[in-house]
Design a protein. Sequence first.
Length: 366
Amino acid sequence: MKKINIFLFLCVCFSHIIFSFFSQHKSISLNENRVLADIPEIKADYVDYFDAWKSYINDQFFLREKLLFSYSYMSYFLFNKSISQNCLIGRDGWFFLGDDSSRKYFMNTDSFSSSELLEWKNHLERKKVLASKFDIPYVFIISPNKETVYPEFYPEHIKKINKSSLLDQLHAFMSNSSYNLFNFTDILANQKIPTYFKTDHHWNEYGAYIAASYAIKTFNSFKPLYKLHSYNFKNKIMPGGDLINGLKLNKYISENYFYYPVINTNVSCQEEIIEIPGIIRTKNHQTIERVCDNESDKTLIIFQDSFGLYFKSFFDKNFKKVIYIWDYPSISTMNLIIELFSPSAIIEQRVERHLKSFPPTDVSGL
């Protein structure tokens, strides 16, 4: 009987391998957002060769997508578990980034050195001085991590080791600076409606609206064509966001998307990708120029990461031209952009978890 069971098990395994080999091969996995392994070429290094075959069989396994979906579905809905290392299941239907660096950041395991804090202070003050030479308002916006704004929904078993985060340390140090660094954490957390997606690690349009409102107020000489309080926010149900992608459950976990902004205006904008000398672009990190048919004659520069993508609904209507540059600029890069575009205002946005990634050190003396 034991031999029969072993024989049947081997038949199932080899049949799957045979079906996998003759079934249509996939080059990418839309659920996992990655390239799948292809049939390996013969290599002199047999260890690498057999590792390549192992990756190929794992990626092209017959009914792989359906099996992974079934496993993920049961793991989440039966046991409240995540099959993705990048997705952390929180409380009350909230999801968070689950990689090690994000967990350690929440636990406050890292800290700034005195020299790093001084570098940040000097960097922001120099940018303020540079912009002031051209009478340009400059605003630096730190987008708090989702778990910083909503720690009450983070998994209860993950505890903070230290009380002070990198963001707390930077704000405390900048309190004696000539540059006023605004802390968005409390204002984002104390809104009546959520300012972040439940199923995505970004802030939503309402969270971006809060930051955009602050930026507009700091542009002292600027009178907006359309006041931000004229925006209305509608309810819209959408599939789950980027944190659900790894779980393959986008169709089963939706996002109650209350905050899609709508404004009553006939202004339309044309968008195109542009190249700027010295700024390296990738497929997903393009420099975008949006030109709008409004009455403004002003240009806004926004240096941003993925959080800055949610600004589009608010600034496009108030500037003739808005240029979105996916970059954390050095002083010299900012000076170059001022020379090229003569902007009326500059916004630099950076997510909290990238505070340790310092801009390039400048040697130009600007």
